[in-house]
Each structure stands twice: as structure tokens, then as C-alpha cells.
Design a protein around this ligand. Structure first.
Ligand SMILES: *Cc1c(COP(=O)(O)O)cnc(C)c1O
Length: 470
């Protein structure tokens, strides 16, 4: 038995200066900040020191190689310099995946987006008069054109839009909402909580499954400031139900002169039932049917950046613009640019369906999906992976709390590894440098073709080849 001489091993560990003297490390120093390089080298040496400390006599002697420490240091330097927020490959088939960034912007706007971010602009400057302008003017024309609304205000997200609308129009007053619409979105946004934050008092009417006009009329008083309808975008109450539609509520709103707010949640400009999806109320519909104010997200089914869009009657929106809260909820120039550029694509519906990734993924035909899945399947099949690979039918989801019962037919790649557990494959792909996120179904690893980009196929093939190459 070899008796471990730990002292000898410790003595073989290089000093930080010795590592710094290495040619490869010197090169790295030109690219990365010195403090980060030093820190990473210390980490690499420390890791080896810990390894020696934890060795026991029964283990074979280990070799401390200088080259290994150089390689470990370089890996750590690159890892430590990486942004925490990084690209992942979404193989889950959930289009608006809240945890993976929800909507994706169109590639076609990238030059304008970079220009607005990296150069001066007329963000709050009126070029015609040479005087101070407002950041909110840039989105007004395009949104008016697309929705037919009198006026527009854009804030940080839809939760902020609802908060601002209620705080402006209903602070210290009452807001009537049906019990069937007390929505919670993603755990952090609840209508009752936003209502109390806004300073308005929630008055619930009706039952979970049924609310009638008389329910509203019974509670209307001089304290009633707003009637609110919340689109139950992330659940459906089915069966013996009756909830008032926006046009019914509009009658009460007009009769008693109380403003009507509709929180649409997702908010779409295109009637997606034309593309085989269920009907989702459009912003235009909501306005035409009598909503005074409509709020919706920029990055749900609309397919733009995170934003909360408020459209409707000018007199109410003017009041919101003067609310101090608006300053706290304001949008950045990058958001304004991304939203204006995305909305401009909507002027041509065909182009919107093709160029806006969210709409593209929502409207794929089965033929298109099959073509796509075949390319990835052939690529993987040619690798002779140590696994059973097949193409299967499955369902994708819209996600992001939109269209909860919509099941989109799709094709998936199913992988059953021969010598590795499916949970181990899932974990290794997730932790790989390409961060591939799939799902497990029984003993299968599933990648849904709908949410994977064509230029990610090669990356998936490469990572699978590393893990289960034949
Ligand atoms: C998603 C949603 C919200 C919150 O929108 P964010 O843009 O995520 O802030 C509010 N109301 C409804 C009905 C929603 O679906």
C-alpha cells in the first residue's frame, strides 16, 4: 500500500504567480479583467487543495499536474465572466414560457433596437420645435392605428397598467368586479391585492360561475368609481356559467356614467381563430364593445417586449399621465423602440405571422412542424446515438397564462437512452453549455419542435453526441 504523502502533494501546488506566468493565461489576461483572473486561479488551486485534504490513505496516489490547473483556471475564468442571464434552448413546447423569458422579439428589429440603445435619440425631445418632448408620444400613433383607441399610455408591464388605471380612476372609491374574475396570475399578481395597493376598495359581486346585471346594479352607489372586467386568461369556468360580456357591462357603465376598465391580460390585435386557435378577444373588439380603458401585456401573445399597454378614452388617459405613479412605472427607451418596431410589423398581418416569433410558433401548420422535426430527426439519426429516437405526436401549450385549455398538436423528438436514466439525460442537457430544456414523459426525454429554432438543431445534435454518442 502506498502511504499518501499529503505534504508532498501540497508542495506540488503552484502559486498564483506561477499560473499567471503561463503563456495561455497571459493571453487570457488581455481579454478578461485581472481581478477576475486572479480570483479564478485561486479557485482552481483551492479546488485541488481541497481534493488533497479529502484524500484518505486507501486512495491511489493522485498526480498534481500544472497543465490541469491551467486548464481549470481558464475554464473558471470563462465561467465566472459569463452573464447570469443567458440563452437557453426551449424544447418544452410552451411558447410563452414565463420562466424562460415569455415572448421573443423579431430578428427583423435588431438593428433599430441596437441603435436606440447605443445612440442618442429624440426620446423626450421634439425635433420640429427643438423643445422638450414626451417619451409617450412615440407609441401613440401606431397603437391608435391598430386599436382604434382615442389615446394610449405604455408602462412597465400589465400589472403596472392595472395598478395605474385603478389608482388614477378609483382611489378611495369602490371598484366592482365579478367573483368569477378574481384572477391570480403567476402567484404574484392578484386582482384583490393590486386593488388594495391602488387604494381602491374591491366590491365583489355574483357567484364564481354566474353574475347578472342585477348583481352590479344592487351595489352601485355614489362611491362606485369603476366597473372592472378581468379576462380570465389563465383559467376557464366551464359548465353552468354566465358571466357578463363587455357589451353587457357597457350598458351599465353608460346608464350610471361609471368608467369601464377591461384587463385583457394577453391582448391580441389579430383574430387568431383564423389560424385554427380558439377565439381570444382582440383589443379592437373590447374597445368597440364599449370598454373605456383596456389594459394588456406587451410580451404575451402580442409578441413584443415586456410592457403594459393602456388604451382608451383620452380624458382618462390624460389623468393617468399626470399621476405621479406613471413616473415610477415608466418604460425605458429600449422598450419603446422594441414595442414600436414590433407593432409596425402588425401593419401587414401576413408579415406579422411570419416575423414575430410568438405568432409564428402559435400558427405553425402540422406540415410545417413535420418538415421541421424531420430535419432534426435525420440529424440525430445519423449520429447513431446510444438511444432509441423517434418522432411522436404530442401537444404544445401557449403558456404565460394565455389560452389555458388550448392544446396545440405538435411533433416531438422522443429519446430513450439505452445506458443512462432519462432524468440523468435531462439534467445533463440542462447543465450543458447549451442549456437545453426539455421535458420527461414516463421513460422518454421529449423535445418539442415547435419552440426550437432551426439554427439550434446542430447544437442539440452536438450536445447529445457528447452525452450519448454511439
Ligand atoms: C398576465 C396578466 C396580467 C399581468 O401582466 P404582466 O404583463 O405579467 O404584468 C394581468 N392581468 C391578466 C388578466 C393577465 O393575464
Amino acid at each position: 500500500m502506498i502511504i499518501l504523502d499529503k505534504k508532498k502533494l501540497f508542495a506540488m501546488l503552484p502559486s498564483v504567480d506561477e499560473v499567471l506566468g503561463n503563456e495561455k493565461v497571459k493571453k487570457i489576461l488581455e481579454e478578461y479583467p485581472r481581478t477576475l483572473v486572479l480570483e479564478s486561479i485561486r479557485e482552481a488551486i483551492d479546488a485541488k487543495r481541497k481534493l488533497i485534504i479529502n484524500l484518505d490513505d486507501s486512495e491511489k496516489e493522485i498526480k498534481i499536474k500544472f497543465e490541469d490547473i491551467i486548464e481549470d483556471s481558464i475554464t473558471k475564468i470563462k465561467l465566472n465572466y459569463h452573464l447570469s442571464l443567458k440563452k437557453v434552448i426551449n424544447g418544452t413546447g410552451v411558447i410563452l414560457h414565463t420562466n424562460l423569458g415569455r415572448s421573443l422579439l423579431s430578428e427583423s428589429i435588431k438593428d433599430e433596437l441596437w441603435e436606440s440603445a447605443s445612440r442618442y435619440s429624440n426620446l423626450e425631445y421634439n425635433i420640429d420645435t427643438g423643445e422638450r418632448g414626451s417619451r409617450y408620444v412615440h407609441l401613440v400613433d401606431i397603437i391608435k392605428r391598430l386599436t382604434g383607441a382615442e389615446d394610449v399610455l405604455v408602462v412597465n408591464n400589465n400589472a403596472a397598467a392595472v395598478l395605474l388605471a385603478l389608482n388614477t380612476l378609483a382611489k378611495d372609491g369602490e371598484v366592482i368586479v365579478s367573483r368569477g374574475e378574481l384572477v391570480e396570475v403567476g402567484g404574484s399578481f392578484r386582482i384583490p391585492s393590486i386593488m388594495s395597493l391602488s387604494g381602491a376598495k374591491l366590491v365583489e359581486v355574483g357567484a364564481t360561475n354566474k353574475t347578472h346585471i342585477s348583481d352590479y346594479e344592487e351595489v352601485i352607489s355614489e362611491n362606485t368609481k369603476v366597473l372592472m372586467k378581468v379576462h380570465t386568461s389563465n383559467y376557464k369556468i366551464i359548465g353552468f356559467t354566465e358571466n357578463l360580456e363587455i357589451d353587457d357591462l357597457s350598458l351599465i357603465s353608460k346608464k350610471y356614467s361609471i368608467p369601464l376598465i377591461e384587463d385583457l391580460g394577453s391582448g391580441v390585435f389579430i383574430d387568431l381563430s383564423k389560424y385554427g386557435l380558439s377565439y381570444e378577444p382582440t383589443v379592437l373588439d373590447s374597445i368597440n364593445k364599449g370598454a373605456d380603458i383596456v389594459t394588456f401585456s406587451g410580451d404575451k401573445m402580442l409578441g413584443g417586449p415586456q410592457a403594459g399597454i393602456i388604451v382608451g378614452k383620452k380624458k382618462y388617459i390624460q389623468k393617468m399621465k399626470k399621476n405621479q405613479l406613471t413616473r415610477a412605472l415608466r418604460v425605458d427607451k429600449i422598450t419603446i423602440c422594441a414595442l414600436e418596431a414590433t407593432l409596425r410589423i402588425y401593419l401587414d398581418e401576413k408579415k406579422a405571422i411570419k416575423d414575430i416569433p410568438t405568432l409564428r410558433m402559435l400558427t405553425y401548420t402540422m406540415e410545417e412542424l413535420y418538415k421541421k422535426v424531420k430535419v432534426l430527426f435525420d440529424l440525430l439519426n445519423n449520429l447513431n446515438l446510444d438511444a432509441k429516437i423517434s418522432v411522436e405526436d404530442d401537444f404544445s401549450q401557449v403558456g404565460g397564462g394565455s389560452m389555458p385549455i388550448e392544446k396545440l398538436n405538435t411533433y416531438v423528438i422522443s429519446i430513450i437512452p439505452n445506458k443512462m436514466s432519462v432524468s440523468s439525460l435531462e439534467r445533463k442537457l440542462r447543465l450543458s453549455s447549451s442549456n437545453i430544456i426539455g421535458r420527461i414523459y414516463g421513460n422518454k426525454y421529449i423535445l418539442d419542435i415547435r419552440t426550437i429554432f432551426e439554427d439550434e438543431f446542430e447544437i442539440i445534435a452536438k450536445e447529445l453526441n457528447i452525452l450519448i454518442g454511439g
